[in-house]
Ligand binder design. Structure first.
Ligand SMILES: CSC[C@H]1O[C@H](OP(=O)(O)O)[C@H](O)[C@@H]1O
Ligand code: ADE
Length: 290
């Protein structure tokens, strides 16, 4: 085995992974609440894999009730060094037609009221989100889609909406003006929390529809998303398998492994012990160093 442990967060249409060897669903408890499901633990080639379906098996959870804090904390507890997330997205750009894959490099967070940080009173920390994804993982993900026989655009801005309703035509046009190229309901605050947990994160998006900005195309509905996902799911699975197999044997350190260094502003004598206890997985590296 290599020193990679890859957390895969499966989005709509991706609820299990046949490619995992020695696979076992294992419950992981988190002080941040209940994760979306048990975690499917196994390996692909030289890489340990921890797979978590974001909406739970059977797609039980709506975007607003996915507990992203518990999911990221549980993946960290399960030993993950890095996370590759997969998502179905609507396209806000002519070129990103349904069926295309694209790696995300920026986010606009238009969600409302979701717990979006592990930190607060008693342990205040401000991590940088200027470059919210891991460029190394994103490159490996794009390459893996090609290895699996598909094409993958590299770099797009994802606007996260609260949902669960799809956008109005006016909203869809507005997000295009903001510079967003794809739209979804789940990658925020997931990406923020991964950064706080010092987990390099990449998002492989699969375009399922043109949302509702285009005059000459049908507006998005679930049937369209599901039909497109059926077409994409096989390639997505092959790409994830190729991603794991394509990782180098040795994982060199990432700057994101130390995202919390210099981010914590609360002085040690003011740290709240109960808060620290809850942060044992997310930020334990800092306390263990003293
Ligand atoms: C089933 S369409 C809307 C649904 O699909 C996307 O989920 P995910 O990112 O987990 O693939 C979108 O964000 C919505 O939750
Ligand atoms: N058009 C859309 N809006 C939000 N989330 C989506 N997921 C897939 N298509 C979407």
């Amino acid at each position: 085995m290599s020193d990679w442990t890859i957390g895969i967060i499966g989005g709509s249409g991706l609820y299990a992974m046949d490619a995992l060897e020695d696979a076992q669903w294992i419950p992981v408890q988190s002080p941040w609440g209940v994760p979306s499901d048990d975690i499917l633990c196994g390996k692909i080639g030289h890489v340990r894999v921890r797979f978590l379906p974001r909406h739970g098996r059977g797609h039980r959870l709506a975007p607003s009730t996915v507990n992203a804090q518990a999911n990221i904390d549980a993946l960290k507890r399960a030993g993950c060094t890095d996370i590759l997330a997969a998502s179905a997205v609507g396209s806000l750009s002519e070129e990103l037609s349904p069926g295309r894959f694209v790696t995300i490099d920026q986010f606009i967070d238009n969600t409302r009221g979701r717990p979006s940080s592990f930190f607060g009173d008693g342990f205040v920390a401000h991590v940088s989100m200027a470059d919210p994804v891991c460029p190394r993982l994103s490159k490996y993900a794009a390459k893996a889609v090609a290895t699996a026989g598909g094409e993958c655009a590299q770099g797009a801005t994802y606007v996260a909406i609260e949902g669960p309703q799809f956008s109005t035509r006016a909203e869809s046009r507005l997000y295009r003006h903001w510079g967003a190229e794809v739209i979804g309901m789940t990658a925020m605050p997931e990406a923020r929390l991964a950064r706080e947990a010092e987990l390099p994160y990449a998002l492989l998006a699969m375009v399922t529809d043109y949302d509702s900005w285009k005059d000459d195309a049908a507006t998005v509905d679930v049937a369209q998303v599901v039909e497109q996902m059926r077409g994409n799911a096989k390639l997505a699975r092959k790409a994830i398998e190729a991603f794991c197999k394509g990782l180098p044997k040795k994982r060199s350190p990432s700057p994101i492994d130390h995202a919390l260094t210099d981010a914590v502003i609360t002085t040690p004598e003011r740290h709240d012990k109960a808060v620290l206890a809850k942060l044992d997985a997310v930020a334990g590296r800092l306390f263990r160093q003293g």
